[in-house]
Design a protein around this ligand. Structure first.
Ligand SMILES: Cc1cc2nc3c(=O)[nH]c(=O)nc-3n(C[C@H](O)[C@H](O)[C@H](O)COP(=O)(O)OP(=O)(O)OC[C@H]3O[C@@H](n4cnc5c(N)ncnc54)[C@H](O)[C@@H]3O)c2cc1C
Length: 338
């Protein structure tokens, strides 16, 4: 178990802020996760569980304990004629796992290529991209309960997965240290090509029926064109969640903005892309101090160099205010603001 005091979180958040924490703990085995749980249960100061910190905005030093999983390992636990069940350590890098799946001939995760972060966080965040979500693949989550240090196996069906949502983000917040995630992958490659400009990119390369590795390469290429690389410009991907509104509200907006993009949620609700609204408010590519809105994707806030976490928050607040004034809709950060 790694334990440090007065520790810099610079390498642990993709915005690249040099906030420090009073104590930093890393667990590498289930037994260490149990020890960590006991330590947290006794602790009077707050604690913060992180993965790669790619959905995290640190606005100040953290007067408490920051915990991260360093549990590694990718292990086949079951195989059927059509699927393979793979148990993965929560501290594995998600994108390395996606690459390993393709190498092994385990399919289903290709569209989630290049999403930053650790495997453990995918089960919290229900990451999604290009028509695929982590919850399409997760069958169960193994964790240690902080309250009593006991191991728990949580079936995906009970994790209430939704759009970027899970019980881990709600009533289970800060209750579990995730140790492993079990994924079911297909032994047959069934590409999902109908989202974004995947087909157009494949066509440009003269590929009609891509292999899994080709699909991964195309996804990576599209993402690199659209999203800033955190190693070059600090960011946490999509900063805001796309709001879901009542159909009556949506229809009222549609008469005002006939071209408003929208996604069907159910008979009574539509989802509206927050990035479109932010762009309509004139924020795309603009800055407030050293915090900015990415010029290719208005949903992404960036550290233009030397910004503080508070400057990013000030920009986020200004954007939310403008979106509310123009569209009458509240948008909310997806990113954890500490
Ligand atoms: C450039 C960029 C692009 C992105 N693109 C996408 C995208 O396409 N789709 C998408 O969905 N997201 C995207 N994201 C957001 C981010 O990558 C995901 O939310 C990712 O799952 C976060 O992983 P992380 O390990 O960095 O988690 P962190 O941000 O460190 O933590 C996320 C949450 O998980 C919890 N957590 C982490 N590990 C554990 C554990 N072991 N036990 C218990 N709780 C834990 C934390 O407490 C926190 O609530 C992007 C981010 C960036 C920077």
């Amino acid at each position: 178990m790694k334990e440090e005091t007065d520790y810099s979180l610079l390498r642990h958040n993709t915005f690249g802020f040099d906030a420090r924490c009073r104590r930093y703990v890393e667990y590498s085995t289930v037994a260490e996760a149990m020890k960590t749980a006991a330590l947290l249960a006794r602790e009077t100061k707050p604690f913060l569980i992180i993965g790669g910190g790619s959905n995290l905005l640190l606005t100040h030093d953290y007067d408490g304990t920051v915990v991260r999983s360093a549990i590694r390992g990718i292990e086949v636990v079951r195989k059927t004629a059509v699927s393979v069940y793979v148990r993965v350590g929560s501290g594995e890098c998600w994108d390395d796992f996606v690459a390993a799946c393709i190498d092994q001939g385990w399919y289903g995760a290709e569209n989630l290529s290049l999403i930053p972060g650790d495997v453990g966080a995918t089960a919290v965040q229900n990451i999604g991209a290009y028509g695929v979500e982590a919850s399409d693949l997760i069958t169960s989550v193994e964790a240690v309960r902080i309250a009593d240090g006991r191991e728990a196996e949580l079936a995906a069906a009970g994790c209430r997965y939704g759009y970027r949502q899970s019980r881990f983000k709600q009533e289970w917040k800060n209750q579990y240290l995730i140790t492993h995630v079990v994924f079911r992958l297909s032994l047959t490659f069934k590409p999902r090509l109908d989202y974004g400009n995947i087909r157009a990119e494949l066509a440009a390369l003269g590929i009609e029926k891509p292999k899994a590795a080709e699909l991964r390469r195309v996804i990576i290429s599209i993402r690199r064109q659209k999203l800033p690389d955190p190693a070059v410009q600090g960011n946490a991907g999509s900063f805001f969640m796309n709001p879901v509104v009542d159909r009556s509200k949506f229809e009222q907006l549609q008469t005002q903005y006939p071209d408003i993009p929208h996604y069907f949620v159910d008979a009574t609700r539509e989802k509206i892309p927050a990035g479109w609204m932010i762009e309509q408010c004139g924020w795309k590519g603009r800055s407030l101090g050293r915090a900015g809105v990415h010029d290719k994707q208005a949903l992404v806030l960036v550290n233009r160099g030397g910004a503080t976490g508070s400057e990013i928050v000030a920009l986020s607040d200004a954007i939310c205010k403008d979106v509310k004034a123009k569209f009458g809709i509240d948008i909310h950060p997806e990113v954890n603001i500490i």
